[in-house]
Design a protein around this ligand. Sequence first.
Ligand code: URA
Length: 243
Amino acid sequence: MQENRAQTLAQIFSQTRALLQEHTERGVRYLSMEDSELQLPPCSQSAKGEPLRSHEECRRETLAEVRSELGECRRCALASTRNRLVFGDGDPHARLVFVGEGPGREEDERGEPFVGEAGRLLERMLFAMKLERREVYICNVIKCRPPGNRNPQPEEIQACEPFLQRQLKAIQPQVIVALGKFAAQTLLQQQTPISQLRGRWQQYAGIPLMPTFHPAYLLRNPAGKKEVWEDLKLVLQRLQQED
Ligand code: URA
């Protein structure tokens, strides 16, 4: 328990440091709490926890706030079998977000997404896109490893989904890539097979979303890499258009 709390704090510190570093890189030398919009409550809730109507009354939640509210989550049964909760990793203001399925063994041990074999393939995909891992944001539909890497259950997805939505709202990326069936079907709220969804632009909350095959699938079916590369080229084109 103590160790979990320390890990949660370490993750919050690391995200706060990333945020401050980014401000520094943009030339911000100090933050004034008097003028800062940080004085407004985050949009997801008022100070009393009530939903807010007017945009003026609230500000966008930060990723660090979403992480902090998730805490040492025990909202579903996976809490009792996980080692570490895997929130997400990367630039809190990334233009491009990758959403995977859920942590595997190595991710569960390290508390970071996509650090196992599938992660190494994802990094090769990023390299081909001329992107570095720290430039994008990577997260999963579910934040805790299912025992034996089984598929996530509907109640586990349901428990985690509000946090995925809040992560994406906090980041507001220009493009989302949904890796595999669970990411695509959860974000798009439909049951269409990934083989039919992939390669066609979709929308998630007004953000262009490209569904493609999951890297773990590609490890078993390397022939699919060609199609994924076609999908990723469309993503690069879209990002260029947004420049
Ligand atoms: N597969 C996923 O979907 N996510 C990870 O973080 C690792 C493997």
